[in-house]
Design a protein. Structure first.
Length: 153
């Protein structure tokens, strides 16, 4: 199937380069709704736990945790979930992916997965609710449609 046909059938499919010496283009597929719920819940619980742990550690030490501390802890959360994301979103095995990926490519992969599966649906859902509210006269906006940027997205 041609790339154009594939893009028309599923516009959420993305591509990225993987590797350093002989980089290859890999396809990143969107998560199914069920996988999205499971992985989203898992990551959210992990992030909440990190926040709680950081707050407790800060109280004990009577020193506020720095942004670097938060980033380090959140990196651990993402790192622990990458193998699952790799197997669900690519045709690569965990080992193939991790043996080839650079840190920059890993962040690009995580960004693509987060945008396609979590951020974009939230933006679209927010826009839909605003538009539906305006149809029923519950929107604070005077225009019938509000751009996502108008509400801070």
């Amino acid at each position: 199937m041609s790339d154009q046909v594939e893009q028309l059938l599923n516009p959420e499919i993305r591509e990225m380069l993987l590797g350093t010496r002989d980089p290859e283009t890999i396809v990143i597929y969107p998560l199914t709704y069920n996988d999205q719920k499971i992985i989203g819940s898992k990551v959210l619980l992990s992030i909440k736990q990190v926040s709680q742990d950081m707050a407790v550690a800060a109280e004990k030490a009577e020193v506020e945790a720095s942004d670097v501390d938060y980033v380090a802890e959140l990196s651990k959360v993402l790192e622990s979930n990458v193998p699952l994301l790799v197997t669900k979103c690519t045709s690569k095995t965990r080992k193939q992916f991790m043996d080839a990926v650079t840190s920059g490519q890993l962040m690009e992969f995580i960004t693509i997965v987060m945008e396609v599966n979590f951020l974009n649906p939230i933006k679209r859902g927010t826009q839909l609710f605003v538009e539906m509210g305006s149809l029923y006269g519950t929107s604070p906006s005077s225009s019938p449609f509000v751009e996502p940027t108008d509400i801070g997205l």
